[in-house]
Write a protein that binds this ligand. Structure first.
Ligand code: SF4
Length: 365
């Protein structure tokens, strides 16, 4: 990986991208506008300084690929409510702990005495269920296609070990329906996508064929090191200048044409499409996966009755940031009442959040 973060090569690549962006501008009278779909790309662009250096040459817009950011407030409220009953243990990934719900966060609920545990893998939550047979263990199942196969592994583990006090609150998200919803809305004008590296390992290159076929839109699958990021931008501009929309796999070391077939088979076996609710984007048809009926005993939404009030409205503009409509600086709370130590919205909490990236690496002050 060292070659992809070599400083001389990064600088040379940066100048090459700027030169090509100049050509794009000559042809189109404006800079190219690209969306990086993945939250890890957003963070990598900000941290490497590339976003700042390119701001007059290539417009890079953050997209809806941060799983914590797109998780709707209702799911956090539901988990907090579930955890208030005795004999329950909630498990979650660390980032979700600080995301504010309507009343408070899971972190506050834990401080109030509820048994809420941070795990690194959903499999850890199955082990917790085995160790606590007199308690119900509920895992908050968030994530895109990178994480979803691991959720299915946890279900398989519970099934094989006949662990019946275990369930998942599924609120998973799929990339294709989100990109389709963005493009169908016409709200944000883009020239192309920098496609997520991790998710593409599971999905494969061919899963993006709908972009050129249905929208005439191009995309490049790219890695996360500075030279890889710049290479992705360069190749995307090249495709556009050649006028032939297509998908390029610029991350061939790990991404194949068809993706990880074993992971995809696992998802097909356990899960079915669901009209999932996204923060800021509303309900998108078939944009998530839930457990099939025959695995209902592991589905927390079916196992427990949770009645919820409408989520509390705040001035947080994460919903618009997720859709690429505004930058964090346009939110009046950014770097004032909303900071990483006092986050008002998930985009400031998550290590992949756009507001957190701008706060850490792109603040003018
Ligand atoms: Fe939400 Fe804070 Fe970002 Fe504003 S700065 S959009 S309040 S997370």
């Amino acid at each position: 990986m060292d070659q992809f973060s070599d400083s001389d090569l990064t600088l040379e690549s940066l100048h090459t991208v700027i030169r090509l962006a100049g050509r794009f501008k000559e042809v189109n009278n404006r800079p190219p506008v690209f969306m990086e779909v993945c939250g890890s790309h957003t963070m990598a662009f900000a941290k490497s300084g590339i976003k700042k250096r390119l701001k007059d040459h290539v417009e890079l817009i953050a997209g809806p690929g941060c799983p914590v950011c797109v998780t709707d407030q209702k799911s956090i409220d539901a988990m907090i409510t579930l955890g208030e009953s005795p004999n329950r243990i909630l498990c979650t990934f660390g980032d979700m702990m600080r995301v504010p719900g309507s009343r408070h966060s899971l972190m506050t609920a834990k401080a109030a005495g509820n048994d809420i545990r941070v795990v690194y893998s959903p499999l850890d939550s199955v082990r917790i269920a085995e160790e606590n047979p007199d308690k119900e263990v509920i895992f908050l199942g968030i994530g895109f296609e990178t994480t979803i196969p691991v959720l299915t592994l946890a279900i398989r583990e519970a099934e094989m070990k006949e662990v019946t006090n275990y369930s998942v609150w599924m609120t998973t998200k799929l990339v294709e329906p989100a990109l389709r919803a963005l493009l169908d809305s016409g709200d944000v004008k883009l020239d192309g996508f920098l496609l997520p590296g991790h998710v593409s390992i599971v999905l494969g290159k061919e899963s993006y064929d709908f972009l050129p076929a249905d929208y005439g839109m191009s995309g490049v699958i790219t890695g996360f090191e500075p030279v890889q990021l710049l290479s992705g931008i360069y190749k995307l501009m090249n495709v556009l200048l050649e006028g032939k929309p297509g998908i390029i796999n610029d991350y061939e070391s790990v991404v194949t044409e068809k993706g990880n077939l074993i992971a995809r088979e696992l998802m097909d076996h356990y899960l079915a499409p669901f009209d999932e609710e996204w923060r800021g984007m509303g309900v998108i048809q078939a944009s998530g996966l839930v457990l099939k009926d025959r695995f209902a005993i592991y589905d927390a939404k079916k196992k427990f009755q949770v009645s919820l009030a409408q989520p509390r409205k705040t001035k947080c503009r994460c919903g618009e940031i997720i859709r690429g409509l505004i930058t964090p600086e346009k939110c009046v709370l950014f770097n004032k009442s909303c900071t990483p130590s006092n986050p008002i919205g998930p985009c400031m909490v998550s290590t992949e959040g756009t507001c957190a990236a701008h706060y850490q690496y792109m603040r003018e002050d």
